[in-house]
Design a protein around this ligand. Structure first.
Ligand code: NAP
Length: 255
């Protein structure tokens, strides 16, 4: 029996086997959780289906989280399958590539709206629907980054979106606490993924962490997955509204 045995949940944001969402899926599966997945776009379907099969998932559906109808459709189907869920992993973010280079001051209205909608608002959109299925309490986990707290070169509008996401975690935790639904964020150090490689200067960020972080290395995807497992499991039963840094200590340096 694993520490997630008997728990069922849905994971948003697996693009491939390097995705942080996939590391979360593997950690949860290894400890007995049952998993549902969504993907965005037909191109991803071919990559996600074999991964979902690897962890015995009975549910793999398309869902663009910027579309409320698609979110409703996914939760209606999930409700039909399981009736109740215990957790959500939200590992989704997007910004126009041109807004992740140059200066934040040049962010357009459209670029700002897009980044904030996909990277921050979608957590609330998902949490509202998921809460209706969390009849025995639950755990909602999202992924954030240090660029929400401090200025990180090129992270720009995504830093502003992550700040909104982290504030959303606290407001959602306050709203949903009386239903015993916990909401937390993992602030992960840089990990080589599709989304991360779109940020200008990402390789330099990896090198800097290796030199400066107290643990003198970068975080592994598995360590992010293990933290999601902690948040989903009852080991974290009194923890909500938190942003936990999983970054080899980099964020304590204040620079
Ligand atoms: P990833 O593998 O590229 O995952 C990002 C996911 O977001 C992809 O599956 C992507 O699908 C999905 N997505 C984007 N727009 C969407 C939409 N409208 N609807 C549904 N899904 C959408 O990269 P990742 O690094 O694992 O990112 C996961 C989360 O971790 C993000 O919130 C990211 O900001 C956060 N994070 C990453 C790092 C890092 O260094 N990697 C550090 C801290 C936090 P498409 O590929 O189809 O767009």
């Amino acid at each position: 029996m694993g520490i997630a045995a008997g728990k069922k949940g849905i994971i948003f944001g697996v693009a491939n086997d390097h995705s942080l969402a996939w590391y979360c899926a593997q950690a949860l599966h290894s400890q007995g959780a049952e998993l549902a997945f969504t993907y965005q776009g037909e191109a991803l379907e071919r990559r996600i289906k074999p991964l979902a099969e690897e962890v015995g998932s009975p549910f793999v559906e398309p869902c663009d989280l910027s579309d409320d109808d698609q979110i409703d459709r996914v939760f209606t189907k999930l409700n039909r399958l399981w009736g109740e869920i215990d957790f959500v992993i939200h590992a989704v973010a997007f910004a126009d590539k041109k807004d992740l280079e140059g200066h934040f001051v040049d962010t357009s209205r459209a670029g700002f709206q897009l980044a904030l909608d996909v990277s921050a608002y979608t957590l609330t959109a998902v949490a509202r629907r998921a809460a209706q299925m969390m009849t025995s309490g639950g755990s909602i986990v999202t992924l954030t980054y240090y660029g929400a707290e401090k200025v990180v070169p090129h992270y720009n509008v995504m830093g502003v979106a992550k700040a909104a996401l982290e504030a959303s975690v606290r407001y959602l935790a306050a709203d949903l606490g009386e239903k015993n639904i916990r909401v937390n964020a993992i602030s992960a150090g840089p990990v080589r993924t599709l989304a991360a490689m779109g940020i200008s200067g990402f390789r330099e960020m990896l090198k800097l962490v290796e030199v400066k972080a107290p643990l003198k290395r970068n975080v592994q995807g598995q360590e992010v997955g293990n933290t999601a497992l902690y948040f989903v499991s009852d080991l974290s039963s009194a923890v909500t509204g938190e942003v936990v840094h999983v970054d080899c200590g980099y964020s304590i340096l204040g620079m």
